[in-house]
Design a protein around this ligand. Structure first.
Ligand SMILES: Nc1ncnc2c1ncn2[C@@H]1O[C@H](COP(=O)(O)OP(=O)(O)OP(=O)(O)O)[C@@H](O)[C@H]1O
Length: 292
């Protein structure tokens, strides 16, 4: 167990929280992952995040095998984004452990592990809006390269980054827009650029948080096509938070359903579609887009 406790939980709460003890994790989702988290591409054990009295993520176990496209779904407020935040350590977990390819990375800040391969797509507010599409991708690629060429006297980092940016723009079908200024892109193309920037770091596990939210029907489909294409082409392990059930049910290998911070179940799209408990969770806290 790794208790990266912060001041938002008292010592007494932490000590008595059974969900933080791997040996005693008995949450509803425990039986639904056949793989041990330490043997997964991305794993979590008893991952917990509390905000004061509120347990946003409570003892979540996860084991995503190499190359799987796993959707994370759940009604509004189920804890999906918070779960991503503790996986990436954007938020410090209250308790539990995160494993990447078998190595525990809990509580390690991103800057201390720039080449570990766990990457989240860049949000619109993280783009360099005055720079071109190519520059945005190149800057990220070069930052990632700098670890390998920290004394870059020969400029190899820059050359490699330029090359990598070209590859990524081709892969994400942004090559025609390479010289466009980022601020002039459509909403959908900015999303695509955010994914391209994440790919520029050469991830092994990519996290996408609602990549289609706010997009029209056509852009939603092309974004979903892109995600599926890059995932299969690069053999990425991919975690996707998504409200659009058509996309979730048609594109995922498996789906994990969060409900009130806990794993309700994990299964294939077919299993999830026919799961009464999932239907109930959605109907109980129904909103238009969240219904199955
Ligand atoms: N920084 C924070 N401080 C306090 N409470 C928070 C914080 N972030 C999230 N929460 C709460 O944690 C719970 C889970 O929120 P979260 O955003 O993770 O859910 P979600 O499943 O991503 O929801 P949605 O589908 O609406 O985006 C909610 O009750 C939310 O209000």
């Amino acid at each position: 167990m790794t208790d990266t406790s912060s001041d938002d939980a008292t010592e007494a709460e932490r000590v008595t929280d059974d969900a933080t003890d791997p040996a005693s994790v008995t949450g509803p989702g425990t039986d639904h992952e056949s793989l041990d988290p330490t043997e997964a591409a991305l794993g979590a054990r008893g991952l917990t995040k509390r905000f004061g009295e509120l347990t946003a993520v409570g003892g979540v176990d996860l084991a995503v095998p190499e190359g799987e496209l796993r959707a994370i779904i759940g009604p509004n407020g189920a804890g999906k984004t918070t779960f991503f935040n503790v996986l990436t350590n954007a938020l410090e977990p209250t308790a539990g452990a995160v494993y990447l390819h078998g190595e525990e990375i809990t509580g390690t800040p991103q800057y201390a592990r720039p080449h570990d391969g766990l990457v989240r797509s860049f949000q619109s507010n993280q783009l360099f809006t005055e720079q071109t599409v190519h520059e945005n991708v190149r800057i990220v690629a070069q930052t990632a390269e700098q670890g390998a060429f920290s004394l870059d006297l020969l400029g190899r980092g820059r050359d490699l980054a330029t090359e990598r940016a070209h590859e990524v723009l081709e892969l994400t079908e942004l090559d025609d827009l390479a010289e466009e200024t980022a601020k002039n892109l459509s909403h959908g193309d900015q999303r695509r650029l955010g994914i391209a920037m994440a790919l520029a770091t050469d991830p092994s596990v990519l996290l996408l948080d609602e990549p289609t939210s706010g997009l029209g029907a056509v852009e939603t489909e092309t974004t979903a096509d892109l995600i599926e294409d890059i995932q299969s082409e690069l053999g990425l392990t991919l975690l996707l938070i998504e409200h659009d059930m058509n996309i979730v049910l048609s594109r995922s290998d498996r789906i994990t359903v969060l409900h009130r911070g806990e794993v309700l179940t994990t299964g294939t799209p077919e299993e999830i579609r026919n799961d009464d408990a999932v239907q109930e969770a959605y109907l109980g806290e129904r909103d238009e887009e969240g219904s199955l």
